[in-house]
Design a binder for this molecule. Structure first.
Ligand SMILES: [Zn+2]
Ligand SMILES: [Zn+2]
Length: 298
């Protein structure tokens, strides 16, 4: 690798993200005190749970499975739901998120994977957010040109900061003001909910590449774990996902916990999602057999 390329990969502190995360962790600590001392209205707690799932599904079913992997097609109302509530998750625009995630799969377990677990658990979880590896401000959108062409996607990218502030903080605070709990809105439904979802999402990059089983490919660092699935809204069957990334499911068994898959299936019933892609049972069985054979050979 040339000196110049080495420079592009040189980690430098991303001060915007560092300041933002210190701020989020601080107001979340205050939010926990606010909850523990019984100051939050029950309606604010309900709002927090609803907002967690709206923004969470916009990441798992939206940013991840619909946009990054194109595992199924979405109708306009669902696309806008994902774009607006996805901004409220404060995990960057869908374009930036998908650039990173497509690189994560394409360069899986190499140094070009932006959040490779080979650089360490901490790096995969949060370190990569605090460092700016690329050395440039604007990401290359070469690998997401299909998404750029989708209505609403460029709009969300351009106005991400304003949409993020509105959907992460302004709307929950305005709603909680209706029942006289604006502080609960900003601290609990805004700050703590955002931070909890960020850590849940990061667990897919750290915990899901660290703990669990590898029934579909032993070459991959990605692993299957029910515990990780519980934390991440069903994204914990990560070995399957890396083996079959275009599949709209992460859990293939009916008894496995994958609420994101159930949500997508419900959207199909309502007509808002269609052309759900899935690997055939023969392909899945063949992948498992391959692993069993490799194990016996060693
Ligand atoms: Zn992964
Ligand atoms: Zn993925």
């Amino acid at each position: 690798m040339s000196d110049q390329n080495e420079k592009l990969h040189e980690p430098r502190i991303n001060w915007i993200n560092l300041r933002g995360l210190i701020f989020l962790h601080s107001i979340s600590a205050v939010a926990i005190w606010y909850l523990a001392t019984g100051r939050a209205h029950w309606a604010t707690i309900t709002l927090t749970i609803v907002w967690y799932w709206f923004t969470g599904l916009s990441i798992t079913a939206g940013y991840h499975r619909a946009f990054s992997h194109r595992a199924y097609d979405i109708a306009a109302p669902l696309r806008w739901f994902f774009l607006l509530f996805g901004a409220g998750a404060l995990q960057t625009s869908v374009l930036q998120w998908s650039v990173d995630h497509r690189n994560h799969h394409h360069f899986s377990d190499t140094k070009d994977d932006p959040y490779s677990v080979r650089e360490g658990f901490w790096w995969a979880h949060i370190g990569w957010i605090l460092r700016n590896r690329h050395g440039y401000e604007e990401p290359s959108l070469n690998n997401v040109q299909d998404l750029v062409a989708m209505p609403g996607v460029r709009f969300q990218h351009k106005h991400y900061d304003a949409l993020g502030a509105i959907f992460a903080f302004a709307i929950p605070t305005a709603l909680a003001t209706l029942w006289g709990d604006p502080w609960g809105g900003v601290l609990v439904a805004g700050g703590l909910r955002t931070l909890a979802l960020l850590h849940a999402t990061w667990c897919v990059n750290s915990v899901a590449h660290w703990f669990g089983e590898r029934p579909y490919s032993k070459v991959l660092s990605a692993r299957n774990s029910f515990i990780t699935a519980l934390i991440t809204g069903g994204e914990g069957y990560h070995n399957f996902h890396h083996r079959f990334p275009s599949d709209y499911r992460n859990a293939v068994r009916w008894y496995q916990y994958d609420p994101t898959k159930w949500f997508i299936w419900t959207m199909k019933v309502t007509g808002l999602a269609h052309d759900l892609k899935s690997a055939s049972s023969e392909q899945i069985r063949a992948a498992q057999k391959e692993q069993d054979a490799a194990l016996t050979a060693t």
